[in-house]
Design a protein around this ligand. Structure first.
Ligand code: ATP
Ligand code: MG
Ligand code: FE
Length: 345
């Protein structure tokens, strides 16, 4: 089926078009620059930006795919989780489009969409069961995917900051611009990851009892802040490269460690990565090394499919249609806390 997918859960306005599992278009507009002076995504600003960008982005995707609206078989849209006001723009647009075209609409889960991105990868098709680690500015989740359209379970998630958010906050306290992830990544390449031993959140035996697959990055952020403050108070300069490398190492160590623990505990020899933090050079390297050592098949879709995008939403919609699922009707709404078990709405 030819499906157009709309994604507006955070700061990317994404419109993708797929035919079956073939990627035809992946148009994206981002309001990231507008959030830079606030150091993080501002919900109201994001919602307004979606409203302005959605029309042009839909037109851009149609042109890129060389298809017209009346050729579409269905529209798919992220209905949650995400920022309520931002989601509402996409949901409203998807319903209006579907209604005016007389086509069905599929409301889908954003997190499952990140996993669905793998369907569009040219490499071997997604095999299940698989563990999925989703890391971005808004989420840090470890999923057990038994069936992409039928059975997805949340094993754990962050109990405070998301991984990308931690990068952004630590960058800020080092005086690096937003978004901080790429800045820290770059600075870290020239530093020593073992210069400072920063804490690995929720990895002590006692924490593991209740939070085996959960993450925590706020303690790490505080530890970095305290370390930097002490240096400054002593009148010493801050070795930015070493702090960045040591911080990055702490984040990556926990992310990869917990993901591979899940693979081992559950006997699932497959790990899929998704989300914008997948751009992190050290995360990719460590995930590759440690997956290989553990006999785990690691899959990392191309970066434009890892960050928020409409193509992954279209792919999940297309997969639902091929699996014979009914469309959503028009009475669904945006659900900012939609659980991952609700793959579709
Ligand atoms: P969502 O949480 O809904 O997926 P988002 O817009 O918050 O959306 P993305 O756009 O997928 O997330 O990713 C942006 C985040 O990824 C930012 O926090 C950014 O700092 C981080 N990031 C980007 N590149 C890197 C990198 N090389 N290393 C670490 N973090 C990075
Ligand atoms: Mg983003
Ligand atoms: Fe996302």
């Amino acid at each position: 089926p030819l499906v157009l997918g709309i994604e507006t859960s955070c700061d990317e306005t994404g419109v993708g078009i797929v035919r079956g599992t073939d990627l035809l278009a992946n148009a994206i507009a981002s309001s990231m620059d507008e959030h830079a002076r606030y150091g993080g995504v501002v919900p109201e600003v994001a919602a307004r930006a979606h409203l302005e960008a959605l029309g042009p982005t839909i037109r851009e995707a149609l042109a890129e795919a060389s298809v017209s609206l009346d050729e579409l078989d269905a529209v798919a849209v992220t209905s949650g989780p995400g920022l309520a006001g931002a989601l509402m723009v996409g949901v409203g647009a998807a319903k209006a489009l579907a209604l005016s075209l007389g086509k069905p609409v599929y409301a889908v889960n954003h997190l499952v969409g990140h996993v669905g991105a793998d369907l569009l990868d040219d490499a071997a098709p997604l095999e299940t069961p698989t563990i999925a680690l989703l890391v971005s500015g808004g989420h840090t989740s470890l999923l057990l995917v038994r069936d992409l359209v039928g059975d997805v379970e949340m094993l754990g998630e962050t109990i405070d900051d998301a991984a990308g958010e931690a990068f952004d906050k630590v960058a800020r306290l080092l005086g690096l611009p937003y978004p901080g992830g790429p800045e820290i990544d770059r600075a870290a390449e020239g530093g020593d990851p073992e210069a400072i031993r920063f804490p690995r959140g929720l990895t002590r035996p006692k924490d593991l009892e209740r939070h085996r697959y959960d993450f925590s990055f706020s303690g790490l952020k505080t530890a970095v802040a305290r370390w930097v403050e002490q240096r400054r108070a002593a009148g010493e300069s801050v070795p930015v490269a070493d702090v960045a490398a040591s911080f990055r190492e702490a984040v990556v160590d926990v992310l990869v460690g917990k993901a591979l623990a899940a693979c081992s505990d559950l006997g699932v020899p497959r790990l899929l990565l998704g989300g914008g933090v997948v751009a992190n050079a050290r995360l990719r390297r460590v995930a590759e090394e440690r997956s290989a050592a553990a006999g785990v098949d690691l899959r990392i879709p191309p970066l434009p499919l890892c960050t928020d995008n409409g193509a992954m939403i279209a792919a999940l919609g297309s997969k639902l249609i091929m699996a014979g699922y009914e469309p959503s009707g028009l009475d669904f709404g945006a659900d900012s806390t939609l659980p991952v078990t609700d793959i579709r709405v």
